[in-house]
Design a protein around this ligand. Structure first.
Ligand SMILES: [Zn+2]
Ligand SMILES: [Zn+2]
Ligand SMILES: [Zn+2]
Length: 352
């Protein structure tokens, strides 16, 4: 293909849209050549190169040595076809999908070096979509060199997610040998991601526990004022007791604890069994958040409140924090959790 023909062919493929709208159909003769690997020369127009790439414009503006008749810009180190695709993009703002697929890595490097943000953006997107455990380390290194933070982050996340597969690849082994700093950076990211995951899991579990406690508090009041299936206020006839309520999974556990508390003989031995202690804590928790005017129907509520007022039982910081969390769990659950999740939380109360 003759130089002029190539330039014309590139122009023929140029879109009528985009920044090249104003290029006249009849281009002048190319005035610059791009030298590619293997010694191939691509004739191009300096005006178009300068318009599409500030970096190339700077190169073109440099004073020429030896008063060369024709300027030559070497673009070496990438396959010749990748340079063709790059030049075609400079002319047309377009790049075929096959070219992008085949030369995405090279085009990213070229778009970075020669400051062609539109192409860089496209390469970043395509490379991110095509990431695999096999190519991720290569793309990661390139993303770092080419200052492509989004692509860099996506690569690191993939390495972290599929580390077992990635560490078997040649790319990873090469990285270990030649770029220990990057290896360390990736391992640190993975470590932090693991800590974040554990922290989120712990917070979720805590929140779930506070929600359960909050629901237990509701059930406690419900049992002691309205009564439920097996347990109700002492002044309520057994026949008037209700059918299972809508929080029955939690309510049932509390009813069993009530029955146990009434029947347990561990107190006679001067101690309380684990279940009695648990019920005792729940009754104390109720008293700590109860705003019902006396007399409250929940057992021991008045006594606990009195002791708190008299300062006989100084609540420790841990207990006050628990009370605060249970109260806020109620607000959070009613504001942010969808109903389905709130229902899920109540499935397995730790009350029995
Ligand atoms: Zn109930
Ligand atoms: Zn007991
Ligand atoms: Zn109360």
């Amino acid at each position: 293909m003759s130089p002029t023909k190539f330039a014309v062919k590139m122009h023929e493929k140029s879109p009528s849209a985009g920044v090249f709208n104003h290029i006249p159909p009849e281009l002048p003769e190319p005035d610059v050549q791009i030298l590619t690997t293997g010694g191939l020369l691509i004739p191009v127009h300096s005006s178009i190169l300068a318009l599409a790439s500030p970096a190339l414009e700077t190169i073109l503006d440099r004073p020429r040595k030896h008063r060369q008749k024709e300027r030559v810009i070497p673009i070496l180190g990438v396959p010749c076809d990748a340079v063709y695709a790059f030049v075609r993009f400079l002319y047309s703002s377009r790049c075929a999908d096959e070219e992008m697929e085949k030369y995405g890595i090279h085009l990213l490097a070229l778009s970075h070096v020669y400051t062609v943000p539109q192409l860089k953006q496209r390469c970043t997107k395509v490379l991110a979509e095509g990431l695999t455990t096999e190519n991720v380390v290569d793309v990661l290194q390139l993303a770092r060199l080419c200052d492509a933070p989004d692509l860099h982050l996506k690569c690191i996340k993939l390495v972290a997610d599929k580390f077992k597969a990635v560490e078997k690849t040649e790319g990873w082994k090469f990285l270990q040998r030649h770029d220990p700093r990057l290896e360390l950076e990736i391992l640190q990211f993975m470590d932090e991601a693991e800590s974040r995951k554990k922290r989120r899991k712990r917070q979720k579990e805590e929140q779930s526990l506070y929600l359960q406690l909050n629901e237990a508090m509701d059930c406690l009041v419900h049992i002691c004022t309205e009564g439920c299936t097996d347990v109700g206020p002492y002044d309520m006839e057994v026949s008037k007791r209700r059918a299972p309520c809508n929080k029955y999974s939690t309510c049932k556990g509390l009813q069993l604890l009530f029955r146990h508390l009434a029947a347990c003989d561990s107190r006679a031995n001067g101690s309380r069994c684990l279940r009695c202690r648990r019920m005792w804590q729940l009754l104390r928790l109720h008293a700590s958040i109860c705003d019902h005017p006396d007399p409250c129907k929940v057992p021991l509520c008045s006594q606990f409140k009195l002791r708190m007022q008299q300062g006989k039982k100084r609540d420790d910081a841990k207990w006050r924090l628990l009370v605060r969390k249970v109260v806020s769990a109620k607000a959070i659950s009613s504001l942010s959790l969808p109903k389905r999740m709130r229902d899920d939380v109540a499935i397995s109360p730790r009350l029995t």
